[in-house]
Write a new protein. Structure first.
Length: 112
């Protein structure tokens, strides 16, 4: 399995660490808007973690990155969750996020 973790903050790093040390997980792309943060984090989390600069406000870039993986995990602000959900649906991949706001969750669920 190839995974994408979006967000190299505390939660994103913890998720990436768990994935990097789980059987059956191949390459993990860790993406974040801050290229220095994501590069530093990727190099400390495992040799199968690849850093990638990503600004989630560029929808086509999100779709392109999601098309390279089997599953994406959103570890950014809940404000990005609806956009990331739409991108995952369009890309035909599994997606999970950290939740955080029921209005956003309700809108995500309405997408089926």
């Amino acid at each position: 399995m190839k995974a994408l973790v979006i967000g190299a903050g505390m939660m994103g790093k913890a998720i990436t660490y768990d994935l990097a040390h789980s059987p059956g997980v191949g390459e993990i792309i860790l993406a974040d808007i801050d290229s220095d943060r994501v590069t530093q984090a990727a190099h400390t989390l495992g040799k199968n973690v690849k850093p990638q600069k990503l600004d989630v406000s560029f929808y086509d870039d999100v779709i392109e990155l999601m098309s390279q993986v089997d599953v994406a995990i959103g570890a950014t602000s809940y404000n990005h969750n609806l956009l990331l959900t739409k991108a995952a649906i369009e890309g035909g991949i599994h997606f999970c996020d950290l939740g955080g706001n029921m209005d956003v969750v309700d809108r995500q669920l309405s997408l089926h």
